[in-house]
Design a protein around this ligand. Structure first.
Ligand SMILES: O=C(O)CCC(=O)C(=O)O
Length: 263
């Protein structure tokens, strides 16, 4: 069946991802969210609270990838982008959930680096190995990748490997720049093959991916920065096994980890 004849739910089940290449954010909310992420990257915290310590610190080399954990602690405009958009309903349609709650957010600012060799690749990886000790099997966990700028083939879009959510755990690493080495070590089951789909999106568009899907991205060779929020979501089926984990420290705070859909 072609993507055009399958529902978003069927695409997510079969391929491990679904790309919604239409904005789910009104232009004003989108502009506010993009401004907020740029502000947080620059160390301007509207709430006076800094994001959770992450690999990026204001003042770092601007050619580096900025991965900022929980940027919404620093700027509520990012929470508004999640709660006042079509994100929650769409996430429920894609996954069949009755409840969808944000539990972690990564702000990702991938600067343009044409002509440079640098470290803005995101290595092939699956999300769940990073979450396993907090969530156990993690049934019902998934990620929404919300574009806050136009994402073209040149801006280092996320690349999804269709069907790889059924391959079991691979030896991936978000921070490993050597994507070829990671790929070479992946045991692709017989009958399956490695292929890649680029997550090209307009600003405000969103994709969803399964917690076991292999994905990564190359550097941004366009002339503009690539801005996004990787929003990690839970459904009513997900219960943390380690409530003391830092990953779920804000789970009870509606202003940080809002429920964005309830049936
Ligand atoms: O932004 C990227 O290129 C990858 C993001 C990612 O790993 C994720 O959303 O889980």
């Amino acid at each position: 069946m072609s993507a055009a004849t399958r529902t978003p739910y069927e695409q997510f089940q079969a391929d491990g991802f679904y790309i919604h290449d239409q904005p789910v954010l009104e232009p004003e909310l989108l502009a506010h969210a993009a401004r907020a992420l740029a502000d947080v990257r620059n160390g301007h915290y509207a709430t006076g609270v800094s994001p959770v310590v992450s690999s990026w610190r204001p003042g770092d080399d601007p050619h580096r990838l900025a991965k900022i954990d929980m940027p919404q602690l620093a700027d509520q405009r990012l929470v508004e982008a999640l709660t006042r958009s079509g994100l929650g309903r769409l996430a429920a349609d894609v996954t069949g959930a009755n409840l969808v709650q944000v539990w972690q957010v990564q702000g990702l600012y991938k600067p343009p680096t044409p002509g440079r060799t640098n470290d803005t690749n995101i290595g092939w990886h699956q999300d769940h190995p990073y979450w396993q000790s907090t969530w156990g099997t993690g049934d019902g966990l998934f990620t929404a990748w919300l574009a806050l700028s136009d994402v073209t083939a040149a801006s280092g879009p996320v690349r999804f490997v269709p069907g790889s959510h059924r391959w079991g755990e691979v030896d991936g690493d978000f921070f490993n720049q050597d994507q070829e080495a990671i790929k070479a070590a992946v045991a692709v089951p017989s009958g399956d093959e490695w292929s890649e789909v680029a997550d090209v999106l307009p600003a405000g568009g969103v994709s969803f991916h399964h917690r076991w899907l292999v994905h990564g991205s190359h550097q941004n060779v366009s002339s503009s920065p690539r801005l996004s929020l990787a929003v990690h979501l839970r459904t009513e089926r997900s219960v943390p096994v380690d409530r003391a984990s830092a990953l779920v420290a804000h789970l009870d705070r509606e202003d940080v980890c809002p429920v964005i859909f309830r049936r």
